[in-house]
Design a protein around this ligand. Structure first.
Ligand SMILES: Nc1ncnc2c1ncn2[C@@H]1O[C@H](COP(=O)(O)OP(=O)(O)O)[C@@H](O)[C@H]1O
Ligand SMILES: [Mg+2]
Length: 346
């Protein structure tokens, strides 16, 4: 059957937009990029981008004029990390253009207590929350509510260390109150990011790849010999600079699929229609190979940019180099084919 591909696949020009639009093109769709003017000179280099809407800033997507243009072009919007960091949850939900996946679950990613609720419902093991600075008796990570990229986070091993970190943030005018901080057990092990795709069209959960992040300056600290580390007093930050590919021990896959399935089922119970499309479980594997999850992303993550021509895992499932971006387009194509587009859009 000939598929009607009059739909256009569009996204914001950042994060994983090249992957998403290249994948859409490879599946036969026309593509659209919403680009900030200042960055257009980068995107102008790529021939797989058919339409461009230039904006001063990504928030302009809230304007009715822009949304009308997207709807006139029959655009399906693919959400990613930049949409989440540019707009509030209310604003994302207000977008009157079909969004791929469940736009309502993005609120559960952005809000720390909702996030925790969904992770517990998914039976994921999560780091212990420390209720007050007086209860700190082992290494902890102190986070800001709603921070992005681990900025402002600090480590503390006791009450004194907490107060030092807190006073520094206070002096730097980053926070005004201790209540803005959230203390969590520091999980010792190696951080890993698990990329999944759930297809309500086929009913399958696909484990698509795994990466680790290359974060500055935490990943640079090990390059400084310890006697100099003590001199420079670095408070590590977790600003993502890029991603590094990884494969897991094959014996871990059993748990990986189980966690993915539990997450899909919990999402369907708590946030209908659940989680059609990509998501990522993010955590630390401890020395006993237990996965302790510190957060999830309820949409495509930029770590998937590693696997434009398929990953070690997606190559077991698909013939022709299936990136996550291309998988999204394939899902849209299959849904159009089966007249089930409603089940994958909100
Ligand atoms: N409980 C934890 N134990 C150990 N490392 C952690 C923990 N929580 C976060 N991290 C590290 O800090 C980084 C940023 O934390 P995260 O919660 O993902 O913040 P953000 O919401 O800013 O992305 C993670 O990528 C991970 O390396
Ligand atoms: Mg994170």
């Amino acid at each position: 059957m000939k598929v009607n591909l009059r739909k256009i696949i569009g996204t914001l020009g950042s994060h994983c937009s090249l992957q998403v639009l290249k994948g859409a093109k490879d599946e036969g769709f026309k593509t659209l990029l919403i680009s900030e003017k200042k960055r257009y000179h980068v995107y102008n280099r790529f021939s797989f981008i058919d339409h461009v809407i230039l904006v001063d800033k990504f928030r302009d997507i809230l304007e009715a004029g822009i949304q009308n243009r997207l709807n006139d072009l029959n655009c399906i919007l693919i959400p990613h990390g930049t949409l989440i960091s540019s707009l509030s949850s209310d604003e994302i939900e207000s977008i009157d253009v079909p969004v791929f996946g469940n736009k309502f679950i993005l609120r559960w990613e952005a809000n720390r207590s909702l996030k925790q609720k969904l992770m517990i419902e998914s039976k994921l093991q999560i780091p212990r929350t420390i209720k007050s600075k007086g209860e700190i008796n082992d290494l902890c990570i102190v986070k800001l509510h709603g921070a992005a990229g681990g900025k402002g986070y600090f480590l503390a091993s006791d009450k004194k260390g907490f107060e030092e970190g807190y006073n520094k943030l206070l002096n730097d005018n980053v926070i005004t109150d201790e209540k803005q901080l959230y203390i969590q057990e520091y999980v010792k092990g190696v951080p890993v990011f698990l990329h999944f795709f759930y297809s309500p069209i086929s009913g399958d959960i696909e484990f698509m790849g795994v990466d680790r992040r290359y974060e500055s300056d935490i990943d640079g600290i090990s390059r400084i010999p310890s006697k100099h580390q003590l001199d420079v007093q670095i408070e590590p930050t977790y600003n993502v600079i890029g991603n590094i590919p990884l494969v897991l021990r094959e014996s871990l896959l059993d748990d990986v699929y189980q966690m993915g399935e539990n997450f899909v089922q919990a999402s369907e119970r708590l946030v209908p229609p659940g989680i059609p499309g990509p998501f990522c479980l993010e955590g630390v594997y401890t020395k006993d190979a237990k996965f302790i999850s510190f957060e999830f992303s309820a949409r495509i993550v930029a770590g998937t940019n590693l696997y434009i021509s398929g990953s070690q895992y997606s190559n077991f499932l698909f013939e022709n180099g299936m990136s996550m971006g291309r998988r999204i387009a394939l899902e849209i194509k299959n849904a159009i084919n089966k007249r089930k587009l409603d089940t994958i859009l909100t």
